[in-house]
Design a binder for this molecule. Structure first.
Ligand SMILES: O=C(O)CCC(=O)C(=O)O
Length: 286
């Protein structure tokens, strides 16, 4: 059933009001999400600025799936400019397009190479995801960015997960309007009880989350820039995927201010970025 729904949403070119998509900016259409009351915790306000978060946290909305406005330009730039640099690994590492000593974004901008720009599909940080074996290895591991670790710790603490979250691996996914991510489960981590954070920027997308079997009917959720999905316990082992990235003409909310560098605006007009942060080991957990 997952695959049928995947195909259905993949074919969708405009947002259809009757298509059973949960839209967090318009929470009227479903009983599938539960609002959750958050206890206020004291937190250093300057730290919030550093993390690109609003100082007033009282307007965070928490549902079983969560929507949080974040300082998006900061994180988008980090993904594009910094997380694509060495020692992080990219799907295009073996393509030999780069000038010696240059990184992907510098080369793209110097050469105006749109093909190279659009060939970037993922970057891995910390423990590098092995796409073939799906096994993390101590020999394929680099330092995890402190800011992304701090953001992940903050979000999981705010959501009252009992154990301190250790961000150890991340996949930064880069999507274009024709990209999809087929249904899969995330079971490579040794610690499956720690939450997995999935943070989206740029173009909106339809996210499908189903059950433990591909035969279960999935639920479709509209993910906009700034939305965060937290998958914990059971839900990590539920099939999920992205059948559709919505092109800008469908995406009324998509609007970056004029002060942002033209190169980022241009790239983000055709791109969705998803940062998927995982704790790999059991350290600090029951
Ligand atoms: O792009 C997304 O929203 C989901 C990404 C994902 O499921 C993954 O990287 O495992």
């Amino acid at each position: 059933m997952f695959k049928e729904y995947f195909k259905f949403y993949k074919r969708m070119n405009t947002l259809d009001q009757n298509s059973d998509i949960i839209d967090f900016s318009n929470v009227v259409n479903t009983e599938l999400i539960k609002p959750k009351e958050l206890k206020y915790l004291t937190y250093n306000k300057e730290k919030l600025d550093d993390l690109g978060l609003k100082r007033d946290l009282s307007d965070w909305n928490c549902y079983e799936i969560l929507n949080i406005p974040v300082g998006q330009k900061y994180w988008i730039k980090r993904c594009i400019v910094d997380y694509t640099k060495k020692p992080n690994r990219l799907n295009i590492d073996n393509h030999h397009f780069f000038q010696p000593g240059e990184d992907w974004w510098t080369t793209v901008n110097k050469t105006n190479n749109v093909k190279l720009r659009d060939q970037l599909r993922w970057a891995t940080l910390g423990y590098h995801h092995d796409w073939d074996t799906k096994v993390y290895s101590e020999s394929a591991k680099d330092e995890f960015p402190t800011d992304l670790s701090d953001l992940s710790k903050f979000i999981t603490k705010w959501l009252q997960f009992p154990n301190e979250f250790m961000a150890e691996a991340a996949i930064v996914n880069f999507y274009h309007p024709s990209s999809t991510l087929s249904g899969h489960i995330d079971h490579s981590e040794y610690n499956l009880s720690a939450p997995l954070l999935s943070i989206s920027f740029g173009l909106s997308a339809i996210f499908l989350i189903g059950g433990h079997s591909l035969d279960d009917k999935p639920t479709a959720v509209l993910l906009r820039s700034g939305d965060i999905i937290i998958m914990s316990k059971e839900s990590r082992l539920c099939y999920h995927g992205v059948p559709k990235v919505l092109s800008p003409k469908n995406d009324q909310d998509y609007n970056y201010d004029n002060e942002w560098e033209e190169s980022f605006k241009k790239y983000m007009q055709v791109t969705r970025i998803n940062i998927n942060v995982r704790q790999v080991n059991n350290v600090g957990n029951d």
